[in-house]
Design a protein around this ligand. Structure first.
Ligand code: ADP
Ligand code: MG
Ligand code: ZN
Length: 474
């Protein structure tokens, strides 16, 4: 029997806020242990949490970016458990009334568009971090109370490769949307991987194995590449898998049992009596809505559709917002936006890279690039000369028309002048001229090249071709 994998991801991201979720302590990575703490995030008795409004906004903004429904009422709950990473003995989270639900993430995967539904994105608090030394352990509370968004996918991911693509797409949305920096080295993004297997073609879900706290994408991929065959081998042997939580051992490259899976009722969820339910007003929602940006994938699709860019070019602009904005300004009203895209990517980006500068340092405006491309398109200068003009624009910031006039670079289409160059080229190269007459078409290109040289690159190549052919066939 053939089996298929069923994967659902729970992704935790730290929100990009200045302060923590319930207190004014800094949300900052890398400070000395227990230096960003106060009675609230240390869980001392008698203190009250005050919700960070920016964290609430970023949560709803994420929901909007992921096409979620935003319920008119949400609330916070206490998830009770005992472990040194929560001094209060509960973590504040959103249980049955999250701030967002029922959305989706769309991404390109193996030459098609995939859509994975998002169950919910809810707000909670991060917990402290335990450190184990040789003789004792320590707890750093700097991370305790940092706003944490949990984004839960439906079990619709089918492979390790697809999980990887999903995570990349999610990070792209979160980073571009200003939700989180998603710096995995700083622990800003962690994910729980849920995976089961079932006979292909069936719809009942198999027993779910949860691999906890993955903090690299390659780890997620490798854990799945190990876990999926392990489960398939087990069920193929007739074993019945039980729901459990496993740990990924990165060095050994295996998953191993951690505990049999806890259930929601073990946590004794209860509404947090210290926090009011969230009932966003229309004005507040409108303000958050105004922060919705065009997603990278949507921009890529729009660039391909509206400007006729090839997929590869549109892909470059997908990941580079400022270059894309420059392109759009340059392409505005242009006859051939595709050619402008090509210049932006192949010349401008390369030149910026080479000179280690950015668009902010650029000396010419986007419209100047449009002007340059139009000089080429209208046959006033050749592509080769255009390269030279571009180099000059880049260093001097002068307009392309001014440069062309100043240096006398206008392409020569005037047949009188070109006839003379052609006669000279034919006279100086009798061999190739004879070759052409006996049917070697390639010889024409050689002669054309000679004319281009004589004209210092200014001859209009297609006119030259016509003249040469006429003369040689005469
Ligand atoms: P829990 O309450 O244990 O957290 P949920 O039903 O909320 O479980 O699901 C958590 C995550 O596990 C979600 O991303 C969901 O898509 C995924 N998931 C649920 N059941 C399965 C399954 N049988 N196989 C794989 N993934 C699953
Ligand atoms: Mg869970
Ligand atoms: Zn604090």
């Amino acid at each position: 029997m053939e089996y298929e994998a069923v994967i659902g991801l729970e992704t935790h991201v730290q929100l990009r806020t200045r302060s923590k979720m319930w207190c004014g302590c800094a949300n900052e990575f890398g400070a000395d242990p227990n230096s960003n703490v106060c009675p609230v995030c240390l869980g001392l008795p008698g203190v009250l949490p005050v919700a960070n409004d920016e964290a609430l906004r970023l949560t709803v903004l994420t929901g909007l970016l992921l096409g979620c429904e935003i319920p008119r009422r949400a609330k916070f709950d206490r998830k009770n458990y005992f472990y040194p990473d929560v001094a209060k003995n509960y973590q504040i989270t959103q249980y049955d009334q999250p701030s967002t639900r029922d959305g989706f993430l769309e991404f390109e995967f193996e030459d098609h568009l995939e859509r994975v539904r998002i169950t919910r994105a809810h707000l909670e608090e991060d917990v402290a971090k335990n450190f184990h030394f040789s003789r004792e352990s320590g707890v750093d509370f700097n991370r305790a109370g940092v706003p944490l968004l949990e984004i839960v996918s439906e079990p619709e991911i089918r492979s390790a490769h697809m999980a990887h693509a999903y995570l990349n797409a999610l990070v792209e949305v979160l980073v571009h949307g200003g939700i989180s920096d998603c710096d995995m080295e700083k622990g800003m993004l962690r994910c729980d991987v849920n995976v089961s297997v079932r006979p292909r073609g069936t719809t009942t879900l198999g027993a779910k194995i949860e691999i906890k706290n993955m903090n690299t994408f390659s780890g997620v991929r490798r854990a799945l590449d190990y876990e999926i065959p392990r489960q398939i081998a087990a069920v193929s042997r007739g074993e019945k898998l039980r729901q459990e939580t496993r740990r990924w051992d990165d060095d050994a490259g295996i998953t191993e049992p951690m505990r049999s899976k806890e259930h929601a009722h073990d946590y004794r969820y209860l509404p947090d009596p210290d926090l009011l339910p969230l009932e966003p007003s229309d004005a507040w929602l409108a303000e958050v809505r105004s922060r919705v940006i065009e997603l990278p994938l949507a921009r890529k699709q729009r660039f391909a559709r509206d400007y006729g860019l090839p997929a590869g070019d549109a892909e470059v602009f997908k990941g580079n917002l400022t270059l894309g904005a420059f392109f759009e300004q340059a392409a505005n009203g242009a006859k051939n936006p595709k050619a402008i895209g090509n210049w932006v990517i192949n010349n401008l980006a390369a030149k910026l890279n080479e000179s280690q500068s950015t668009l902010a340092d650029l000396k010419f405006p986007p419209a100047a690039l449009r002007e340059l491309v139009e000089l080429v398109e209208s046959g006033k200068i050749s592509t080769k000369i255009a390269q030279e003009v571009f180099g000059d624009m880049f260093t001097s910031g002068k307009s392309p028309t001014a440069i062309v006039e100043e240096k006398g670079l206008l392409q020569v289409s005037d047949t009188g002048a070109l006839e003379t160059f052609c006669d000279q080229a034919i006279a100086a190269n009798p061999g190739p001229a004879q070759d052409f007459r006996t049917g070697k078409m390639a010889a024409l290109n050689f002669l054309k090249g000679q004319v281009m040289k004589l004209s210092k690159g200014k001859a209009n190549p297609s006119v030259v071709g016509d003249i040469l052919e006429r003369k040689l066939r005469a």
